[in-house]
Design a protein around this ligand. Structure first.
Ligand code: PLP
Length: 477
């Protein structure tokens, strides 16, 4: 059989050309570019050599065991803990942390619907875990001005029905470092599991040049920790680690059965057959960079973060939320400014987008205590973020947006029928999207501010259903 591989790959290249750029620092979320083409090549080559291997069985494919041992040795040395697993990503690490804690909680006598207690800023993966593993997510309000968590807000909610407490290092939305030592100590005193979600911070905070409060598995009371190698480990997507304080806790993560007539199934992860490509890529990157390489990249990232933070803090009408730790920050309207001098962060990021910079818009959120977290724009800074190029465009974008009032969500909502059915079927949801100008195969509008205002204004179940429809239609043939 012959095939025209050049034509097939040309078709793929044409599709890829329409993507947001994965390299060069123009997209300030999702992608983590070390700015080292040689490192990318090495990672790709390592992954390629594992292409035909099945990561399901490291006793048959012993290279998989060797690579995982090496990656875990580096992870445990850097982040503490006694045992761990390489997973397919942050969500899987978080899901497995919850499953493990739930099983240990049940083994300790827990029954009924247990709770996950976490700040509302904890990653949505923990809400997903609660749904999947029959737990209830109990979101604890954070300070609405700074996004920071008070440890006592967590400890006040501890009880026999708590299967797991989650804190972040740092939180994704606001880069807030949760009070990990205080929360973990309280958990230890009550015999409750405490997970540190360092999916985003785990591979950069250990090398960060500024002082960071203790947050690893070396903190007494921390029982597990997640850290994504496909973020600041600069690996291709599909690799993270979940570490545990003790071997026995890690063993509770496994699923094992001999109760069927096929091969004995013994899985530490959610998947069965799986790729070892991203594992090999991460392994090669760790080999190549070593601690010094990670430190250099963190230093570059820190420099860009400080420059951006100072510049944005100096823009009239905007403010950086709280005191961000690590390479992220969130930007909100400065309510201290006179109304006609304020800058709406979503109009601002729409203007920056027109100049070729993709910043991530985050909706506001009313917390359980009635306080409102402002809508913000998020920036994830990487080693290639060029603050000198970005800052003038951010200043110009603010000048363009200054004094423009935020989108009136109520007005946007009125473009929808007043009475929405309680449950939307695919046709109705599709028609609503069409009416909103969002019918076009997954492409989002140039101006995202009205879209985000709608996300904030609609009842959550309705907007969640509409977003499901939008994403489902994006991939429907
Ligand atoms: C990215 C992230 C996750 C989820 O990770 P995925 O790799 O996207 O599945 C969880 N927690 C935090 C803090 C994150 O930044």
């Amino acid at each position: 059989m012959t095939f025209d591989d050049a034509a097939i790959l040309a078709e793929l290249d044409a599709l890829r050309a329409a993507d947001a750029p994965t390299h060069g620092g123009r997209v300030l979320s999702y992608v983590y570019d070390a700015g080292m083409p040689q490192l990318d090549e090495l990672a790709a080559e390592a992954a390629r050599r594992m292409q035909a291997v099945n990561g399901l069985d490291p006793t048959t494919f012993t290279s998989v065991a060797a690579l995982e041992r090496d990656v875990l040795a580096f992870a445990l040395e850097t982040l503490g803990g006694a045992a761990g697993t390489v997973t397919s990503g942050g969500t899987e690490s978080c899901l497995l942390a919850v499953k493990t804690a739930r099983d240990l909680w049940r083994a300790g006598g827990g029954s009924g619907i247990g709770r996950i207690v976490a700040p509302v800023t904890a990653h949505a993966a923990f809400r997903k875990a609660a749904e999947l593993f029959d737990l209830r997510f109990d979101g604890v309000p954070v300070d609405p001005a700074t996004g920071t968590l008070d440890a006592s807000a967590i400890t006040a909610r501890l009880g026999d029905d708590v299967a797991l407490v989650v804190v972040s290092a740092p939180s994704y939305p606001f880069a807030a470092m949760d009070p990990i030592a205080d929360v973990a100590a309280a958990c230890a005193a009550s015999g409750i599991s405490c997970h540190v979600d360092a999916c985003i911070g785990g591979w950069i905070l250990p090398f960060w040049p500024d002082d960071v409060p203790e947050w690893t598995l070396r903190v007494p009371g921390v029982t597990s920790l997640s850290a994504d190698l496909h973020k600041y480990g600069y690996a291709p997507k599909g690799v993270s680690v979940l570490l545990h304080a003790t071997r026995d806790r890690q063993r509770a993560q496994y699923f094992a059965t001999t109760d069927w007539p096929g091969y004995p199934v013994v899985n530490p992860t959610l998947l069965g057959s799986k790729s070892a490509g991203a594992l090999a890529a991460a392994w090669a990157i760790i080999r190549a960079l070593g601690t010094d390489g990670f430190r250099d990249l963190a230093a570059r990232t820190a420099q860009a973060t400080h420059a951006l933070s100072a510049a944005i803090g100096g823009i009239e009408g905007l403010r950086v939320v709280g005191s961000p730790t690590g390479p992220l920050l969130a930007v909100a309207t400065d309510e201290q400014a006179a109304p006609d001098r304020r800058v709406d962060p979503h109009h601002w990021s729409d203007a920056a987008r027109a100049a070729g910079w993709m910043l991530q818009q985050q909706p506001g959120l009313v917390q359980g205590d009635g306080t409102r977290l402002p809508h913000t724009t998020h920036l994830t800074v990487t080693p290639v973020t060029d603050a000198a190029a970005l800052v003038p465009d951010l200043v110009a974008a603010a000048d363009a947006a200054r004094g423009v009032p935020p989108v009136d969500a109520e007005q946007v909502r009125q473009t929808l029928p007043a009475q929405l059915p309680a449950t939307l079927d695919a046709d109705t949801a599709g028609a609503l999207l069409q009416g909103m100008g969002l019918g076009g195969g997954g492409a989002l509008p140039e101006q995202m501010a009205p879209f985000l205002a709608l996300v904030e204004a609609l009842p959550h179940p309705v907007v969640e259903r509409l977003l499901v429809e939008l994403l489902a239609r994006a991939v429907e043939p």
